[in-house]
Design a protein around this ligand. Sequence first.
Ligand code: ADP
Length: 612
Amino acid sequence: MTALDLVTLLSQAIYVVIFFLVLWRYVRAPTPAHLDMTIFFGILGFIVVESRVAGLLGVTQPAWFTDLIVAAVIALPYVLLRLVDDFTVVRAGIKGVAALIGLGLAAIYAYLEAPYPVAWTLATVGYIAALSLYCGIAFVRAGRHAEGVTRRRLQAISFGTILFAVEVLMAGSAGQFQDPEKTILNATGQVLGLLSAVAFFLGFSPPAFLRRAWQAPELRDFLQRAASLPRLPTTLDIVRELERGAAAATGSRAQIALWQEDDRKLRVWTPGSNAPLDIEAGQHFAGRAFEQQRTIFSSHPVRDDPQGADVYRKGRVGAVIAAPITAGERRLGALVLSAERPPIFALADGELSQLLADQAAVILESRALIDHAAKVRAREEATRLKEDFLSAAAHDLKTPLTTVVAQAQFLERKAMRDPSAPSDLLGLQRIVREGQRLAALVTDLLDAARMEQGRLVSDREPVDLGALVSEVCSRQHASPHECELDVRGAIVGNYDRKRIEQLLDNLVENAKKYSPEATPIRVEVWQHDGEARISVHDQGIGIPPTDLPKIFERFSRGSNVDDRKFHGMGLGLYICRGIVEEHGGRIWAESEIGKGSTFHVALPLGEGRRLN
Ligand code: ADP
């Protein structure tokens, strides 16, 4: 056996192998493209095997059989043209003319006796080579528009088809030459034939390792973006990003349906519409892939899912691949890829979509874990707050209550021992004072609860802040602190008078509470940039810088505050913040430890005005 014989044998063996592989693929996914691949390699394989068997047995074929083989060879480029048509549009005119010429040639061959006239042989070779070349170029073009593995496979096929055309041209015309040109043409034709067979093999039936290598760049892109996805603000953001990634990796439209455990339905967020769409398990392709836990492929969505026919027609959906998104035992949803035409390599695309769906599962699962952890944290926080609240409330209510009860019992015993004794005014005053403190604490608790619902502020009326501040200050004459007032003009805004009074009371009370006796409190009211501004300044203990950002939070108290010396629950400033914010304003504090604090309030003036 010469080297050239070996080359021929190899390329012929490859054609037969490809035939069986594409036949198997057609059985698994009977798409038009798979059928045409099977016919193409079926013809090639048949011619090869038949000529080998005939050569081995030394039989001469009957004339009709030779005619049949010639017709099959003439049909080859036409099958290629159909394959091109399976995934791009070939103009009907071209298909028609190609078919007519092919039929004409085959018919004439049936009438002719071998040896055939040279002109006919050359015309036939020309027809096969030209049409194959046309298909080769069409494959190149389609490859440019495709993505990922499909792109690389189409490149291999286009290479194989163009080599096939050149091979036909060389082998077909070799007979018209004398040696050595004849041998050179034959030999080159055979080598090209082997190269074309290898290119076809890689394109039509690439081994798994090559497919994976070809998928790698798209998957890498997808995975690179995927790493940060679980941290996106909402699950919907993640779904949108996953859809974008899957669309980029496959070159088709991508949609994710997520399983909603509460409703026991799949939910799809259609782009451009905010209202999600619910799908039952088993309904449409997403529901089926989800229920059956396998990748579903359809090259006839209108026929295979009549319920969604309108949507497919309107969206010009000609093919659908749906893959289940599942993390271990947890069924999370389905990834649906759709395109106008069936993909040329349906199984490879199915494989890729399953890979993407698996990635999506990992991402969605980590998101679910993050959500779960956040929920647990929030629950712990809520429990902690409740515990804080209970201990703070119990502690703060207990002290005045114990005083009230003890004082009352003391007065009771005294009255029983000597009913005619004059009443103990100091003791009674103590009961009243502690009772009032108790009432104030309960009011704070109620206000804090109201604030949670944003219901602190109710009826508004024009309020002159300057006048209100002087009222609050003048109420403090029994206090050892002097209240210095600086009101620059009468500033009137539309506020809830009682709440603003409560705010000022709170700030002034705090200033006094946290300052050494006899130090003055300074309250200023002015207007700045269309806002009413109030500041309350003291020369007290100050607030540690680390506590400053937190003091407006619920139950928050400065770490420099001794509970036994300064009673309080850490609700006052929290309520102040609620009052100010419900009025549309801001509150903040500046402080230096040991030197004093200034609390600032800015309230919108709105309909208010400044009276000079
Ligand atoms: P309470 O006074 O009941 O603790 P507040 O919410 O009114 O609750 O205040 C929260 C914390 O802010 C106080 O515990 C204290 O540490 C700090 N604080 C508030 N006002 C002042 C002030 N004028 N000077 C120093 N610290 C203050």
